[in-house]
Design a binder for this molecule. Structure first.
Ligand code: GLU
Ligand code: MG
Length: 458
């Protein structure tokens, strides 16, 4: 970002200021997501948006070192309290918030004072992954599904704030004003909502949104989560996105859907490979499948993630893929006949919402790209629940259970050259140090303690 870019950004903000003022905006929240998956923010009054766009908003680099409980870790590349980064709001993604009158939100890219991108900036990494895909002539379409539970606001414990069975109409009726306000807020913010419904666990709902380019999909995810939080708060509810709200229940996933496109052609449909995959989509998927243990250090990055990743909880706890199989980590979706060319995609089920969405999407794209470079092939698809197979059968199909702990995933990530190189040494090592800090923090904790400490954080 040179001086000319900065002045141009300031100019663009000056054009926006009266438009936003006319829409009642007085303040702009400028967000980024840290390595623990927490959205952090600094805000400026609308009158200072031009200076924020041009020169950035000062923020300490130490946030990269934060654990989920705000304690910073130390590490070889872990930033400390000395130094300054600049948060540059992405004005193209600025959204007027419907459930927080007077507020707008813009995701930030982080630069240093010289205008160089911060090497540990997660959103920048997602953009790099998109560019690496573009070098092969491809684009990706991505969407993150959001599951959450609503609880009562006056307790740290979880007590479901809606009754009724899984997918039960009763649940929708009891909270229809809440859900209406959410649907309205998302529509006012220009979010393309696909579906919204009560999910399996007590007090749980889910919504899905239309696919977008990788960075935009992560931005949308952040916006959706904060909108759910804001609407919940207006209804005197508390939302939890934790992978394990209570230690023995079904968790909240953060499933990621993705497809790779060559111009207007979806490479996940109309090919001659298994379930209609093209050779590129097969290799891309195989690259992800082969790297799932390492990818979990990014996409299932908390100690609580491993309380969720258990068989027969629809979390996809086996390193395997299958057509519409909800118990394999990778679920291939072809869509209905007639709509496959647009609908076919890969769903990564084993990820959850303690993940930084920018890192999670970047890691998947880099793993897929490594698969393309290796011309990787998929094993046979799995068409049963792997938990019903004996050890011999699992072995015969080449199905492995996913890592049972964060420590195992982190070790796999550290050993994965393609991913660590793509992340760059600074970001890779800080992310690993943050994971190790969380592992140490919970070394002697019971599942109940882990669930309780992470319940309301994300
Ligand atoms: N709640 C499940 C999970 O933890 C997912 C349910 C579903 O398939 O949507 O991932
Ligand atoms: Mg679901």
């Amino acid at each position: 970002m040179d001086e000319q870019d900065r002045r141009a950004a300031g100019e663009r903000a000056r054009e926006l200021q009266p438009v936003l003022a006319a829409r009642g905006v007085v303040s702009v929240a400028v967000t980024w997501v840290d390595n623990s998956g927490i959205t952090r923010v600094k805000a400026v009054p609308l009158t200072k948006l031009d200076s924020a766009a041009a020169w950035g908003i000062g923020a300490s680099p130490v946030f990269d070192s934060f654990l989920f409980n705000d304690l910073p870790i130390t590490g070889e590349h872990a930033p400390g309290v000395v130094g300054d980064l600049r948060l540059h709001p992405d004005l193209e993604q600025l959204t007027v918030l419907a459930a927080q009158p007077g507020w707008a939100l813009a995701p930030a890219d982080r630069y240093d004072q010289q205008g160089n991108p911060h090497p540990q900036d997660q959103r920048t990494l997602a953009r790099k992954a998109t560019e690496a895909l573009a070098e092969l002539g491809f684009t990706a379409k991505v969407a993150i599904e959001v599951e959450w539970v609503i609880g009562r606001p006056d307790t740290e414990d979880f007590s479901a704030a809606v009754r009724g069975p899984a997918y039960g109409m009763a649940r929708l009726v009891e909270r229809s004003d809440y859900l209406r306000d959410l649907v309205t807020a998302l529509a006012d913010q220009g979010v393309e909502l696909d579906q919204i419904h009560p999910e399996y666990a007590g007090g749980q709902f889910e919504l899905s949104v239309g696919a977008a380019d990788p960075v935009r999909a992560a931005d949308t995810y952040v916006l959706v989560r904060e909108t759910i939080r804001a609407v919940s708060s207006r209804h005197e509810l508390r939302a939890s996105f934790s992978p394990k709200v209570v230690a023995d229940g079904v968790g909240n996933g953060g499933h990621i859907h993705l497809s790779v496109w060559d111009g207007q052609r979806n490479l996940f449909a109309g090919g001659s490979g298994p379930v209609g995959l093209t050779a590129t989509a097969e290799s891309f998927t195989a690259g992800i499948l082969g790297r799932l243990p390492a990818l979990l250090a990014v996409g299932a990055p908390s100690v609580a993630s491993y309380l969720r990743l258990i068989p027969q909880h629809w979390a996809g706890a086996f390193a395997a893929w299958g057509l519409e199989n909800r118990e394999t980590a990778l679920r291939m979706v072809t869509g209905p006949v007639g709509n496959q060319a647009s609908a076919a995609n890969l769903e990564v089920k084993c990820f959850d919402q303690t993940a930084n969405p920018y890192l999670a999407i970047a890691a998947l794209l880099f793993a897929g790209l490594a698969g393309i470079a290796e011309d990787a092939k998929l094993p046979e698809p799995v068409d049963v629940d792997p938990a019903t197979l004996g050890t011999k059968e699992l072995l015969r199909h080449g199905i492995r259970p996913l890592p049972a702990s964060l420590a195992e995933s982190v070790a796999a990530f550290e050993a994965d050259q393609a991913l660590t190189e793509a992340f760059g040494v600074e970001l890779a090592s800080t992310m690993v140090d943050v994971r190790k800090g969380e592992i140490a923090h919970f070394a002697t904790a019971s599942p109940e303690q882990v669930a309780a400490e992470l319940r309301w954080v994300h």
